[in-house]
Design a protein around this ligand. Structure first.
Ligand SMILES: NC(=O)c1ccc[n+]([C@@H]2O[C@H](COP(=O)([O-])OP(=O)(O)OC[C@H]3O[C@@H](n4cnc5c(N)ncnc54)[C@H](O)[C@@H]3O)[C@@H](O)[C@H]2O)c1
Length: 311
């Protein structure tokens, strides 16, 4: 079985990806497993092959083992944090990503699939396609992801690496991150606490269930090795059916059979009003597009929350 490495392998998407790929590849996850990251530590206890390592330094030696494909998901995540502490985002999402591609080059790791984000898109665009405007981001998180795309594009052109960058659109589902709205909504609704909704409910997200994301990555692992389309390609992964965050909160509350208590607040300056993925390019390449509707995805996530919730 080919060896696949996953950075950020104990994160939300990394964990779900490993569970999905188990038995199909020889997998190894690398994760910081910071002591204060409860969710990551909780998930790692449910993983077979994981090593603790910091992509800013130590772990990079393991690339000498030459994985067939490196899947780079490790990042400083969340938009809000990048307003408070942008340097952390620079160190992990830009500097460490640079170290990583440099080591791919030095160790002959040929195939890279990495996480970018819908946050790279500039505001005021109704539908986001890969060639839509990404000249200005609202958040430094988005900028750090754009910088990683630009660096990787250059390394692919010059140093024989083949890479795919995935612009994820609000991924949700079981094992979600506690800092994401989905988890906060479930937790507060269950405990009869208020939830915060921005902009009088006029904020729209293209919620994409994690099961669709991991299926797409599985197909891309094969495609990148057998039918690459150029040295570097970017793909949106989104359902293509945005709903308001208010409607999403109500779906969660309805499934929990609770009435949400809602506090409205103004939209933070670094948040897009709406995201809407055109995922046609992905569909053309792998003949697959996300299909999990919000109703079904929310039910799956709430069922998980009832059993686990990182306690
Ligand atoms: N979840 C989403 O909706 C979403 C949307 C857009 C993009 N993304 C991107 O997808 C990727 C995965 O997101 P996620 O939601 O699973 O996030 P996550 O925070 O759950 O996972 C990231 C993982 O990276 C690890 N990590 C951080 N710094 C590290 C370091 N220096 N060395 C090693 N490991 C480190 C963390 O411990 C964590 O387990 C990230 O790159 C994120 O930016 C996610």
């Amino acid at each position: 079985m080919s060896l696949i490495y996953i950075t950020g392998g104990a994160g939300f998407i990394g964990f779900q990806l490993q569970k999905h790929l188990e038995g199909k590849y020889d997998l190894m996850a690398i994760d910081l497993l910071a002591k204060n990251n409860v969710a990551t530590n909780y998930r790692s206890r449910n993983l077979n092959n994981i090593i603790q390592g910091d992509i800013k330094s130590s772990f990079l030696d393991v690339l000498k083992e030459k994985p067939k494909v490196l899947i780079h998901l490790a990042a400083e995540t969340g938009i809000a944090g990048s307003l408070v502490n942008p340097s952390k985002y620079f160190e992990t999402n830009v500097q460490a990503t640079f170290n990583l591609i440099e080591q791919c080059k030095n160790n002959g790791v040929k195939y890279l699939i990495y996480a970018s984000s819908s946050s790279v898109y500039s505001s005021n665009q109704e539908i986001m396609s890969e060639d839509s405007n990404t000249s200005k981001q609202l958040s430094f998180y988005g900028t750090s992801k754009k910088m990683s795309e630009v660096m990787i594009e250059n390394y692919c052109a010059q140093f024989g690496i083949t890479a795919i960058g995935l612009r994820f659109f609000t991924v949700y589902g079981s094992w979600t991150r506690p800092d994401m709205a989905a988890y906060k909504f479930m937790n507060n609704i269950e405990n009869n606490k208020p939830i915060t909704i921005y902009n009088q409910g006029n904020v729209y997200r293209d919620f994409t269930h994690v099961s669709d994301v991991v299926k797409a990555i599985e197909l891309l692992i094969e495609k990148i090795q057998n039918e690459p389309i150029g040295a570097h390609q970017l793909f949106n992964i989104g359902l293509g059916a945005p709903i308001s965050v208010l409607q999403y909160a109500h779906l969660i509350a309805d499934y929990m059979k609770k009435e949400p208590i809602i506090n409205f607040a103004s939209l933070p300056i670094n948040e897009l009003v709406s995201t809407y993925s055109n995922s046609c390019k992905l569909e053309q390449y792998i003949q697959f597009k996300p299909t999990c509707k919000a109703e079904d995805g929310v039910n799956e996530m709430v069922e998980w929350f009832k059993k686990y919730k990182y306690e």
